[in-house]
Design a protein around this ligand. Structure first.
Ligand code: 5GP
Length: 203
């Protein structure tokens, strides 16, 4: 097999889609690297700097933007979020799959810069379920919840810009994980990603 660059996998899931659960299960498979984003939002309880996010001040984030150190970035509900470019490039060059968990604007920017990226939208089964999940989390104020629900409505309108859409039904996150595995397996085998298949076979 030829030396293949890693697959750049973009997963977006509006608040309440359960993407945290699904992606942490997927990461246990090995073979994937999670891109640790930078953000200016405050850490939530249990979040660790350098593991969940690189938590930065606005000034530090803006300096990175100016230095072109972000592969993409956006402002989401009043805070900056962005993907550090250097780590992403290193992982892809090493042949490992890189998982970006980012919102719709960032996903569109990644697709523009890396058309070979695979984009997946993870959705809750319905808006009603989404709202229930978000309130059940109990980590945010009512104002923040409303803001995130509003944003989630806008994000879902972009679902048809993605390569794949999958659903995370209550109690069935394992199925959503299996869907992502199947997508990745098929994408890695796609002929357009393996142009030297015949030449390599006889090598
Ligand atoms: P949260 O504050 O809930 O961790 O994340 C809020 C939103 O920002 C989520 O939709 C998450 O996917 C998105 N996000 C996290 N990191 C990045 C990033 O590096 N770039 C972009 N564009 N969005 C991000």
């Amino acid at each position: 097999m030829s030396e293949q660059r890693g697959l750049l996998i973009v997963v977006s899931g509006p608040a309440g889609s359960g993407k945290g659960t699904v992606l942490s299960e997927l990461l246990r498979d090995g073979g994937y690297r999670y891109s640790v984003s930078a953000t200016t939002r405050a850490p939530r309880q249990g979040e660790v700097d350098g593991v969940n996010y690189h938590f930065l001040s606005r000034e530090a984030f803006e300096a990175r933007i100016a230095g072109k150190e972000m592969l993409e970035y956006t402002e989401y509900c009043g805070n900056y979020y962005g993907t550090p470019r250097k780590e992403a490039e290193e992982v892809l060059a090493s042949g490992q799959n890189l998982l970006l968990e980012i919102e719709v604007e960032g996903a569109a920017n990644v697709k523009r810069e890396y058309p070979e990226a695979v984009s997946i939208m993870l959705l809750p089964p319905s808006f009603a379920v989404q709202e229930k999940r978000l309130r059940g989390r109990g980590t945010e104020t009512e104002e923040k919840i409303r803001e995130r629900l509003l944003r989630a409505r806008e994000e879902i309108l972009h679902a048809d810009e993605y390569d794949y859409v999958i659903y995370n039904h209550d109690g069935k996150s394992a199925e959503a994980v299996e869907d992502i595995r199947a997508i990745v397996r098929a994408e890695r085998a796609a002929l357009r990603r393996n142009p030297d298949v015949v030449k390599n076979y006889f090598a």
